[in-house]
Ligand binder design. Sequence first.
Ligand code: ATP
Length: 235
Amino acid sequence: MVMTTVLNVEAVNRSFGDRQVLKDVSFTVDSGRLTGFVGANGAGKTTTMRIILGVLAADTGTVTWRGNPISKNDRQLFGYMPEERGLYPKMTVGEQVVYLGRLHGLSAADAKRRTTALLERLELAERAGDPVEKLSLGNQQRAQIAAALVHDPELLVLDEPFSGLDPIAVETVLAVLRERARTGAAVLFSSHQLELVERLCDDLVIIADGTVRAAGSRAGLREQHALPRFRIEVD
Ligand code: ATP
């Protein structure tokens, strides 16, 4: 499969009050690959992701999708899993994922079909009829991942998708993300666990204190011995 740079974050700056939390943040994300966005708590990962998704504006800098500024229509092609729980607690898991599929323009039949397939793939099928609030946190997280994936997004942005998951669930979610990448999606996910990301990703972007310290393929970064140097800072 041909890999193409689809997302370009260029020289993004953002301050809250007089505190600059993103400093000239630049990196790219390719289709067909898993890109891990790694940094300690507070490094600026969520802020960057929210700017990519258009939930938050950059002070300066640009984010482009396939070479152009991101439009509202492009955002229909994105899937987002926020770090905080974003599902309606009283709705059932199945209703919720179907509903989000419909919001992204799927027909009722397609939304249902994709929801069933995804919940099965994420080993949540048995919980499809349960209200979200009755699920364990790990299962709620998997439901959120299903919700982010239901419309088959071309860009998946996941904020800490692996935190709080047991090792088996990590492998299940990883397999689903890999499948998406194999069929051409670009997958960007954040984590504060460098070792996990090093194991899971094709590409890495390492951020510390609002500055990108290293970015590139896992193999390339290893070769430059960049990872051991950053381990101390990130963990
Ligand atoms: P975490 O995993 O803890 O969310 P992060 O790398 O995602 O870490 P951000 O959430 O992007 O980091 O936060 C970066 C910095 O910006 C933090 O110091 C945070 O307190 C600050 N920050 C984020 N959002 C706001 C806001 N709306 N107002 C003020 N400060 C903010």
